[in-house]
Design a binder for this molecule. Structure first.
Ligand SMILES: O=c1[nH]c(=O)c2[nH]c(=O)[nH]c2[nH]1
Length: 307
């Protein structure tokens, strides 16, 4: 045969599962988009079409929904770990499972004062508004021995309206950019962080707390860094996470520089005192880097769109 099979994987992608946990009248929501990718002894299905080793993708979908009921969804990470362990340990031909999950957050709608008086304070326990801020992400990979958990977020838009400069850069014959001593710094954060939890015996992180704290440290570093470049701010955001969260060894960011250009108001006889900007959507600078705990290996893919 002049050809051979290379890397392959299969499974049901984008299983949308919403789990309501009923704590009396108070409801809790977990809203996930779960993608399953399995690999192992799958040569025959590709070469001859024998499905003897193939657990149908339809079954992987059903497993996602059944596990939501059987185990609940404590966190996206915990749910992904249950699923990955199940596929690898219950099916002999499956040697590796990769579960990717996007999580959409919901927050409770507060009661009106009038309604509170009528039925008692915070009595609205089953009404939610979807949080638009960011999408939380996780990827769990299990090969029967070692775990890799990489979590993160995308689409978190942040802005500093001052404390950002950019000057002292290389200038060649094509350079027209004016040096900036007080500019807007804005970006749409896409970030991933890799946990050092790798096996069942090790103490598992508290995934929910870890996410909240990691996001908090990242945002505080963005706000508190007096920025001479987005590169410098990015590094501070990653370093702040590594220095405060012992469960994380590696952070990678992809940060588009959402340029805000001062508008020339001179033609109208007006002075623009760093007040009126044109928010350009493209092209944008794209600043990407990995920050590592000293001595640790980089494992998060360079291109975050591949994760
Ligand atoms: O923070 C920045 N980093 C750059 O590398 C760069 N390049 C550019 O034109 N503007 C900026 N801003």
């Amino acid at each position: 045969m002049p050809t051979i099979l290379g890397q392959n994987q299969y499974g049901k992608a984008e299983n949308r599962v919403v789990k309501i946990t009923r704590d009396g009248a108070t409801h809790h929501i977990k809203d996930l988009n779960v993608s399953v990718a399995l690999s192992g002894d799958m040569d025959e299905v590709h070469y001859s079409g024998s499905n003897a080793n193939v657990l149908p993708t339809d079954t992987t979908k059903n497993t996602v929904y059944a596990f939501a009921k059987e185990y609940g969804i404590e966190s996206a990470e915990q749910f992904g770990i249950h699923l990955a362990r199940h596929f690898v340990t219950s099916q002999e031909p499956i040697h590796r499972a990769r579960i990717r999950i996007e999580e959409y957050a919901w927050e409770r709608i507060e009661s009106s004062d009038a309604n509170s008086k009528f039925i008692g304070a915070d009595e609205v326990k089953h009404s939610f508004v979807r949080k638009g801020q960011e999408t939380r992400l996780t990827q769990i990979t299990y090969d029967g021995e070692k775990w890799e958990v990489i979590s993160g977020l995308k689409d978190l838009v942040v802005m500093n309206s001052t404390n950002s400069e950019f000057w002292g850069y290389v200038k060649d014959k094509y350079t027209t950019l004016q040096e900036a001593y007080d500019r807007i710094l804005a970006t749409q954060v896409s970030g991933r962080w890799r946990f050092n939890w790798t096996d069942d015996e090790q103490k598992m992180p508290n995934w929910e707390k870890s996410y909240e704290q990691t996001k908090k440290h990242m945002l505080q570093a963005f706000a508190e860094t007096y920025s001479l470049s987005l590169q410098q701010t990015l590094y501070q955001m990653g370093a702040r996470i590594i220095n405060n969260r012992s469960e994380i060894d590696e952070v990678r960011f992809s940060l588009p520089n959402k340029h805000h250009f001062l508008v020339d108001l001179e033609p109208f006889g007006l002075k623009n005192d760093n007040e009126v900007y044109f928010a350009a959507d493209r092209p944008y600078g794209l600043i990407e880097a990995t920050i590592l705990r000293d001595g640790c290996e980089a494992k998060i893919p360079m291109d975050l769109t591949n994760l």
